[in-house]
Ligand binder design. Sequence first.
Ligand code: PMP
Length: 359
Amino acid sequence: MAELDDLPLRDDLRGLSPYGAPQKHVRIPLNVNENSHGIPEPVARDVVTALAGAVLQANRYPDREFTALREGLADYLGHGLTRDNTWAANGSNEILQQVLQAFGGPGRSVLGFPPTYSMYPILARGTGTTWVAGKRDADYAITPETAVREIVATEPDLVFFCSPNNPTGTPLALDTIEAAYDAARGIVVVDEAYAEFAPPDTPSALTLLPGRERLIVSRTMSKAFAFAGVRLGYLAADPAVADALRLVRLPYHLSALTQAAAVAALGHADELLATVADIAAQRDRMLAELPRLGFPTRESWTNFVLFGGVADPAALFDALLERDILIRDVGIPNHLRVTAGTEVETSAFLAAMAELAAQ
Ligand code: PMP
């Protein structure tokens, strides 16, 4: 068998590692910020009925414009958005990839603010876009002044904000996005993958869209909607953005099954999102408990918690894994990240942490 190095791989991909969150079968998987709650059975049945209808017509290509889905997404988002303001793809990872294909590419750059979502530099690399790492303030915040300073210094073609931020949970104020938009010449993406877990009534970057044709707000059904396995990410933006993405997407990129499942799920948004309050409560439990055990935390507006005070992250990761609990080492020294699970899962995690802290 050949080695990867034996292949005529692109020079700029040599030596790189793929996205690699471990996929292990454990009793308590708290490593990739999924929703631990399953799909309620009546919702699942409705999705299956919709899938059956789609399968019966699977001899035909799906609606290339996924019109019903875009309408459902616009209805869900509100803010006066219409289907022309929305676009969808196989996970928000594909959304971000399409955005980079259309607006980045060779000779162009994207500015992000590490520590942030680990796929941003990987997607940049895959699309030939130069990744530029901006600096955050203390406590992982980004003030308007900091955002503007980094944009002026690096003149990127795109800016990626993650709001709230993965892996730190840090919220991002709208005035930072407004200031960044004014300072940037290119596209500003606000990745709101975890927006539904923010405190109720927190304004979304969606409120900033009117009059800002270079602003893109990206969302996903993988987290709050508990639909990670279906792969459905989406965005809201000026309709011209969808025109740009039509130039790079593959024809029929969203399968008829994906479209049918997502439309059916959006029809049950209230039931699916009913888990959000409980997940936020489990997150808040961890935010309160972990510091008492000697693991300091910071504010998190997401469904996960980054905690510090870990002398040996690899050892703690392994000790938890021995207890059938999988969390995430995101490469921040002395820190680990854990997803808020169900109450039972969260209790098991906290009990294991208490036991390990006492050793
Ligand atoms: N953005 C952020 C910040 C994420 O954390 C994730 C998933 N971990 C994604 C985007 C991608 O999610 P998906 O492709 O499942 O929509």
